[in-house]
Design a binder for this molecule. Structure first.
Ligand code: HEC
Length: 108
């Protein structure tokens, strides 16, 4: 089992960056990705109008559901443009690092 894990870590092209001293802040890093990739459907009158993540408060409340969707590559769905690996990395780091609002909030 240990060998298998080491093998995976060595051969994967990108390993999740969990250095939370530089956590991706919501307003600067995460909100633009949500705006670009999610809001097209997740807005009132969109394909899925009840779940919204455009504001920090909404995104923070829904962060666990979002994490599951983004981590498992279920969202965005296959009919929409996928996240780039950089975008996925930024979102995952935001979840892992406690979903800070701003760069300062992540340093506690
Ligand atoms: C092409 C339209 C579309 C896009 C783009 C999209 N979604 Fe969705 N999303 C849906 C629909 C439709 C549902 C409800 C059906 C389902 O769960 O598949 C949904 C459901 C969800 C759910 C709830 C899943 C659950 O059942 O718990 C979450 C969380 C979510 N989306 C997050 C996101 C995030 C984050 C993004 C951007 C990275 C995104 N979605 C982009 C259409 C979209």
């Amino acid at each position: 089992m240990v060998l298998t894990r080491a093998y995976l870590v060595r051969t994967r092209r990108s390993v999740l960056d969990t250095d939370c001293t530089t956590a991706a802040p919501f307003y600067e890093d995460v909100a633009p990705i949500i705006e670009r990739r999610c809001t097209v459907c997740h807005h009132p009158g969109g394909l899925e109008g009840t779940l919204r993540f455009g504001t920090y408060e909404d995104a923070f409340l829904l962060r666990q559901k979002m994490l599951f969707q983004v981590y498992s590559c279920r969202m965005p769905p296959s009919c929409a443009p996928d996240l780039t690996s950089d975008e996925r990395q930024i979102m995952l780091k935001w979840f892992v690092c406690g979903a800070p609002a701003t760069a300062d909030a992540g340093s506690d």
